[in-house]
Design a binder for this molecule. Structure first.
Ligand SMILES: *[C@@H]1O[C@H](CO)[C@@H](O)[C@H](O)[C@H]1NC(C)=O
Ligand SMILES: *[C@@H]1O[C@H](CO)[C@@H](O)[C@H](O)[C@H]1NC(C)=O
Length: 371
């Protein structure tokens, strides 16, 4: 769980879904239980984790996969946002989520089977360069706007080429402002949904630079919905019992983001290449309506992989997927070759499981081979 950046140091956040049988913790023995605790990462750095394991009519937990969920941001809360807004067993109103991923369970003493990269920030410049064409094709920019957005994106490219990464982060933010001005304030996480302005969010975070205030307005506000804050700092805090007095929950840690400003615009395509080379299964999935990490940008960095099997992957034709077998409505497309799979998730924004829970769950089952 991610806790308030001002009053305590909780730099990382983690939500694990599944049952673990690690030696350190004594695990509950009945099904359907959950466990949570802090783990000390290094001096003064504590990471909160929360594990769910759930009922499976036919299989023991030791036969099922463990799913580990790491929120992006950088600095977003897995145990708050990912848990209650995306994939946990309960939603923000504490109602059971029909499409929870916690129906899967597994063990920590397991083979590392793969990673899934969901709307992930792998090659920032490929995202930024595709913003203009994507918005233009969706009738969210006119010619004039496209020219302005493209120009702003070129400035980001220039900074990245010079390896001026902190400057690139500032220019990235400037490019977003150009987009806002030209699109009447498009929502970067789902271009078909308008963000509703809220005024109460600023209070829990400290900012030193004015550009960060804008950044917060655009990227943090939606994560820090009042209802979720109230839930986390109210009933959930009471339930967990172990949250220190001086810590309160926040959906997004500004301090985490600020500390990573210099890393934020660096590409990590080579790390994906290393995973592929090592034989790790890599699943890339992306929401069609996400702007901040649009699908065009994801396809652009995939084309840059040095993986020897890439030409074969690229030659494949995608296959349609249907989350409801009774309808013929296409929910996604998938392409898969050896240890790389790519899912185009339709009608979803940045938070795929929030927007298309059924499709996300079906994909998770395919990826973990539970069907
Ligand atoms: C489930 O697996 C664990 C670990 O292998 C084992 O200790 C336990 O007895 C198993 N439970 C059942 C019901 O088979
Ligand atoms: C990796 O993916 C391939 C192809 O889908 C599958 O056959 C294989 O079992 C997967 N490996 C693991 C460890 O899940």
């Amino acid at each position: 769980m991610e806790l308030a950046p001002r009053s305590c140091r909780m730099p990382l956040l983690l939500l694990l879904l599944g049952l673990s049988t690690g030696a350190v913790i004594s695990w509950p023995t009945e099904e359907g239980k959950e466990v949570w605790d802090y783990v000390t990462v290094r001096k003064d750095a504590h990471m909160f984790w929360w594990l769910y394991y759930a009922t499976s009519p036919s299989k023991n937990f030791s036969e099922l996969p463990l799913v580990m969920w790491l929120q992006g941001g950088p600095g977003g809360s897995s145990t708050g946002f990912g848990n209650f807004e995306e994939i946990g067993p309960l939603d923000r109103d504490l109602k059971p989520r029909r499409t929870t991923w916690a129906i899967q369970q597994g063990t920590i003493q397991c083979n590392f089977a793969g990673v899934a990269l969901g709307d992930s920030w792998i090659s920032p410049i490929d995202s930024v360069l595709s913003w203009g064409p994507y918005l233009y094709s969706m009738s969210l920019l006119d010619d004039q706007g496209l020219a302005e957005v493209s120009q702003a994106a070129e400035q980001v490219l220039d900074a990245i080429n010079k390896r001026l990464y902190k400057e690139a982060t500032e220019l990235w933010e400037k490019a977003e402002m150009v987009i806002e001005q030209n699109t009447d304030g498009v929502n970067f996480y789902n271009i078909l949904t308008k963000t509703s302005p809220t005024s109460t969010m600023k209070s829990s975070l400290e900012f030193t630079q004015s550009h960060t205030v804008h950044l917060f307005q655009r990227h943090v506000r939606h994560l820090q919905q009042d209802a979720l804050s109230q839930l986390m700092n109210g009933p959930i805090r009471k339930k967990l019992k172990i949250i220190p007095e001086d810590c309160s929950w926040g959906g997004q840690a500004a301090s985490v983001f600020l500390n990573m400003e210099g890393d934020f615009m660096k590409p990590v395509i080579s790390i994906v290449d290393e995973l592929l080379e090592a034989g790790v299964n890599v699943t890339v999935y992306n929401g069609q309506l996400d702007l901040i990490v649009d699908t065009m940008g994801q396809e652009a960095w995939v084309r840059k992989l040095e993986w020897a099997e890439l030409p074969k992957f690229s030659q494949l034709k995608w296959k349609p997927l249907y989350s409801d077998p009774k309808t013929s409505e296409t929910s996604a497309f998938v392409k898969s070759h050896k240890n790389l799979a790519f899912y185009w998730i339709l009608r979803a924004g940045h938070m795929v499981p929030s927007d298309q829970g059924d499709m996300a769950l079906q994909m998770m089952r395919l990826v973990t081979q539970q069907e």
